[in-house]
Design a protein around this ligand. Structure first.
Ligand code: ZN
Length: 263
């Protein structure tokens, strides 16, 4: 950071260079300085205010989609552990991998909504830090060491539909998690917990929310066939899965999502 930048910041927002430390209470970067002033960094504030909120919006989107990806970690690791499938580095799941995957899910449930609200408000709180840890470290180590299963295979299948291309990876994985849970005929309380979490943080729970305005049987079957392709991770589920099973589970997840949204 150069001195001129500091001057511009403080002359515009804090009354001058001399008040930079005391007036802003900031010893660090110019952005922090100007946040402390209640204004944004730069010459006059306006355009930088606009850029600041674009940055917040992008961080918000990445945080939410990151939670969608992290949401799958525990359920895919659980499926792999049940089937004794190999993890993503060719080994087998361990107790540590399962513990990290479970902590990842618990952290999302505990801090996900608060993290979303904090980022929306343009601030970083402990909940935000915890969710970033869940989205990166816990999910990263969790999936590598625990393995992938239905949710990511469904994601891969959904890429066959062009309308979903605008959606983030994590958004499709979140819906894939719902489909995996339907395939597993998961406990109703668990299903409701996951659906409600997705709705609260703004992750898609229906095909329409994934951008698919008109549900066409042949397209959904194409998704199902792609998800079941040889070598994809649906083969890590603890039971055999056919394209017909996946087709039904996708529509079942969509129906659950619409019901939960009150549609
Ligand atoms: Zn992923």
């Amino acid at each position: 950071m150069n001195e001129q930048v500091r001057n511009d910041c403080c002359e515009n927002n804090c009354g001058g260079w001399g008040t930079w430390n005391n007036g802003c209470g900031c010893q660090n970067a110019s952005n922090s300085c100007c946040n402390a002033c209640g204004n944004t960094f730069g010459l006059g504030g306006g355009s930088w205010n606009w850029i600041w909120w674009i940055i917040i919006f992008v961080v918000f989107l990445l945080l939410i989609s990151g939670m969608g990806d992290a949401l799958a970690t525990y359920f895919e690791a659980r499926a792999c552990a049940m089937s004794d499938a190999s993890n993503c580095v060719g080994g087998k799941s361990t107790l540590a991998a399962m513990a990290l995957a479970e902590l990842c899910y618990d952290t999302l449930l505990t801090d996900g909504v608060n993290a979303m609200l904090a980022v929306e408000a343009g601030v970083c709180t402990k909940a935000v830090e915890n969710v970033i840890e869940a989205n990166t470290y816990l999910s990263g180590i969790g999936f590598e060491s625990g393995g992938l299963a239905g949710a990511h295979a469904i994601h891969n299948g959904l890429t066959a539909i062009e309308e979903t291309h605008a959606m983030y990876h994590g958004e499709k994985v979140a819906f894939g998690t719902l489909v995996q849970l339907i395939l597993e005929n998961a406990d109703e309380d668990e299903l409701i917990e996951v659906v409600n979490f997705c709705i609260e943080v703004g992750l898609p729970v229906t095909l329409a929310e994934l951008g698919i305005k008109e549900v066409k049987e042949e397209e959904i079957m194409e998704v199902a066939k792609l998800a079941c392709a040889d070598g994809d991770t649906l083969g890590n589920m603890p039971f055999a899965v056919t394209p017909e099973d996946v087709y039904a589970a996708i529509l079942g997840a969509d129906a659950l999502g619409r019901y939960s949204l009150g549609e």
